[in-house]
Design a protein around this ligand. Structure first.
Ligand code: FDA
Length: 316
């Protein structure tokens, strides 16, 4: 119930207006957000890189309904890609299509993403398209497919809580898509997503196997001439991580054939442990002023965070 409540708050305008007024809310959110500026993000990435962790930057923003704002978001991504290249930090970028105009017009959005991918190509970087709620799934996959025809430096995210994902994942891996697998962070109805966590988790393990089976057939150096799939196992769940490690061992899949990914500020000690064990680790680093819905989704994932934040507040 708390999960559903926070996911409702994530898109409730009244709650956003109220909550973002409190300085304390930003202080709490900053556990999950690297800062408000691109320079803050670069500083956070540098600190991660020093620990052997790669990054993917998210310039926070979503559900944009104004063309100028969506075009500006693409410009902001181009700017951060320049900063990444100039500073020499190890990071790519993650984008949300509703920030780049998906709710305005699909072609307009695709043109914005194309501009970002072209800049990423020119700076030897990579663009991951995040997956949002089910009203956007088909269009997100369609935009990805159109761009993937022309570029090999773009990947997509799929969510194990959706019934449809196994089919999407099998089709997209056949097309050589680079996939980040996550559980899914939105409020979805029971006719679209598994309502029980145990089923979401079981599907996650099953889909990890499909991804690794596919990764085994294409070397990461792209020796076959095809783009390496380099699947990303994006989770903080130790059961999912243990299962992925075990299957990689069983299939003798080398550690450089996949990577683990986690969110900024979550399970930091586990991130560092995986690096010590020799696994590739990438952290999703969000920055920007539009932190509110991202913060609410992090609270929804772990309502215990709310008590942690409140207890810190009252301790002041
Ligand atoms: P689960 O929620 O079962 O949590 C397992 C354990 O991890 C918890 O017991 C707790 O210890 C820890 N944990 C999880 N969330 C936490 C939190 N907020 N605070 C503190 N501890 C927490 N989703 C999506 O729909 N589209 C997307 O594009 C992406 N992209 C993405 C990128 C990356 C790199 C990651 C890691 C995640 C995403 N997600 C996402 C979010 C994802 O769908 C999911 O909501 C979160 O990762 C939480 O799920 P877990 O797999 O961690 O498991």
């Amino acid at each position: 119930m708390l999960r559903a409540f926070f996911l409702y708050l994530s898109h409730a305008v009244w709650a956003r207006t109220l909550i973002t007024r409190f300085r304390f809310a930003w202080q709490a959110a900053s556990r999950f957000v690297a800062g408000e500026t691109a320079d803050d993000a670069i500083t956070a990435i540098r600190a991660l890189n020093a620990k052997g962790i790669h990054a993917t930057v998210d310039h926070l923003g979503e559900s944009v309904t104004n063309e100028a704002e969506a075009a500006q978001a693409a410009d902001d991504y181009i700017h951060i890609l320049d900063k990444i290249a100039a500073s020499g930090v190890r990071s790519n970028v993650s984008v949300k299509l509703t920030q780049l105009g998906l709710d305005i017009d699909t072609d307009f959005c695709a043109r914005n993403v194309r501009r970002v991918i072209e800049k990423a190509k020119a700076t030897s970087s990579f663009v991951r398209i995040d997956m949002e709620g089910t009203p956007h799934t088909d269009r997100t996959i369609a935009v990805f497919r159109a761009l993937h025809k022309d570029f090999d430096n773009v990947g997509i995210v799929l969510q194990s809580y959706l019934y449809r994902t196994e089919k999407d994942l099998r089709a997209l891996t056949e097309e050589g898509a680079r996939i980040r697998l996550c559980k899914g962070a939105y409020n979805e109805p029971p006719d679209k997503a598994f309502p029980r966590k145990a089923d979401v988790d079981a599907n996650y393990v099953k889909l990890t196997h499909v991804l690794f089976d596919r990764a085994q057939t294409v070397p990461p150096a792209g020796g076959s001439g095809r783009t390496p799939p380099l699947p990303a196992i994006a989770t903080h769940d130790e059961k999912m991580i243990t299962a992925a490690k075990a299957y990689a061992e069983e299939k003798r899949l080398p550690r450089e054939y996949f990577e683990f990914q986690m969110l900024y500020g979550i399970r930091r000690e586990l991130q560092e442990q995986l690096v010590r064990e020799g696994y590739a680790m990438r952290v999703y680093v969000p920055y920007g002023t539009s932190w509110y819905p991202y913060f609410m989704r992090r609270l929804a994932e772990r309502p215990a965070n709310v008590w942690f934040i409140l207890s810190n507040l009252f301790r002041r």
